[in-house]
Design a protein around this ligand. Structure first.
Ligand code: HEC
Ligand code: HEC
Length: 325
């Protein structure tokens, strides 16, 4: 008996020591650096800056960049990201105004392109997953985002507000070295979707532009950013997010299950929920589900048509407000 206890004590002791060593390793290794290695055509990239590209970039920017980078006055100087589960600690976005020192005024089009695809800065620093990597956006849509970042949109005018660099916690450091590493550059050009193909368009708007699946899947740690369909509980919802008041709000089940998803919704219900944040059960949807007035009717209808092709998942979600169960 005594011997068994001793062996047990040694085993537990060794395991504890190993754990400390592993955690210590990730703590000191920190966020990994990568080789800044864009292909030649990206190094020399000059994106078209015509008004059509700027306008398209503004739409994508409004749905993506503004959500995370705009301060209370709407300027793109960076802000705390408040909707993440608490385990990731405090994280803030950075200044992406055109200021040459504090913003991104000195970045080349190629540097921006490479960063938006991979998260890798030109000095090899890497931004962990809280800055999304746009692996699925069409090349031309990335050009549009860059054209908009260079435009005369007042939200992007130079601003010297300087955010201190993020100090990422141990959970983020471990994830950045294991589950969520830098995605590769796309192997071949990504073309814009064929707008006459309703479902294809919906898939593109939902997965590539709207990034809807990354909140609406089943587990934030099992989201597959390269092949969204492989995400755990794809569109079945249930990820605990936070609203600006710090309360937990679970993402909704967007599959067509009639009881736990949106299988009973009309197309009009869906349009009003996505465009205006209107909850067909009454009241409004809670943040972080914000309204998306920048999406056209055709785009929202296409998302709805696409969701009808996604495998149905039965997953009851605890609603944020008891009154709208
Ligand atoms: C989900 C929130 C989120 C969204 C959406 C988002 N960002 Fe970010 N972004 C961040 C965070 C957080 C950082 C800081 C990362 C770090 O500390 O390395 C960041 C950093 C950056 C940087 C690096 C700035 C620097 O000085 O190092 C650029 C450039 C950038 N974002 C551009 C964009 C653009 C353009 C979009 C829209 C297409 C966008 N971001 C969308 C959260 C976001
Ligand atoms: C930042 C995370 C996030 C993103 C991105 C996001 N959603 Fe949501 N969504 C939520 C949350 C959380 C709820 C639940 C809100 C509530 O319960 O009031 C929700 C609710 C919804 C609902 C209501 C469903 C119901 O049963 O009430 C619809 C529809 C919806 N989202 C569609 C979308 C679409 C389409 C996109 C992409 C364009 C999207 N969402 C992107 C977090 C997100």
């Amino acid at each position: 008996m005594k011997k068994t206890l001793k062996i047990l004590a040694y085993t537990v002791g060794t395991l504890a020591l190993l754990l400390v060593l592993v955690l210590g390793y990730f703590h000191f290794k920190g966020i990994p650096n990568y080789k800044y290695d864009p292909p030649a055509e990206i190094v020399n990239l000059k994106v078209p800056r015509d008004s059509a590209h700027v306008a398209r970039g503004r739409v994508i920017g409004a749905m993506q960049c503004v959500e995370c980078h705009a301060n209370a006055e709407g300027k793109m100087t960076g802000k705390p990201i408040s909707d993440l589960p608490p385990m990731f600690g405090k994280i803030h976005s950075l200044n992406i105004t055109q200021d040459k020192k504090y913003g991104i005024g000195n970045w080349t089009d190629g540097e921006l392109y490479y960063f938006l695809r991979t998260g890798i800065h030109k000095d090899g620093r890497w931004s962990p997953p809280f800055m999304p990597k746009y692996s699925l956006l069409a090349d031309d849509d990335i050009y549009s985002v860059i054209a908009w970042l260079r435009s005369d949109d007042p939200r992007l005018a130079p601003d010297i507000h300087e955010a201190a660099p993020n100090r990422f916690n141990l959970v983020v450091k471990i994830l950045a070295n294991t589950l969520f590493t830098a995605p590769p550059m796309p192997a071949k050009p990504i073309l814009m979707p064929d707008t006459s193909q309703h479902v294809e368009l919906g898939k593109y708007v939902a997965n590539a532009v709207g990034d809807c699946y990354s909140c609406h899947s089943g587990d934030i740690l099992k989201v597959d950013m390269l092949v969204p369909e492989k995400s755990f509980g794809f569109y079945g919802g249930g990820i605990p997010l936070r609203n600006p008041e710090g309360e937990t709000v679970f993402s909704a089940n967007l599959t067509m299950d009639k009881e736990t998803g949106i299988g009973n919704w009309t197309e009009q219900d869906f349009i009003e929920a996505v465009r205006f944040g209107k909850n067909p059960r009454g009241g409004t949807l809670s943040r972080p589900m914000g309204p998306r007035p920048m999406l056209s009717d055709a785009e929202i209808k296409a998302i709805f048509a696409y969701l009808k092709t996604v495998p149905v998942i039965k997953n009851p979600i605890q609603r944020y407000r008891a009154s709208v169960q």
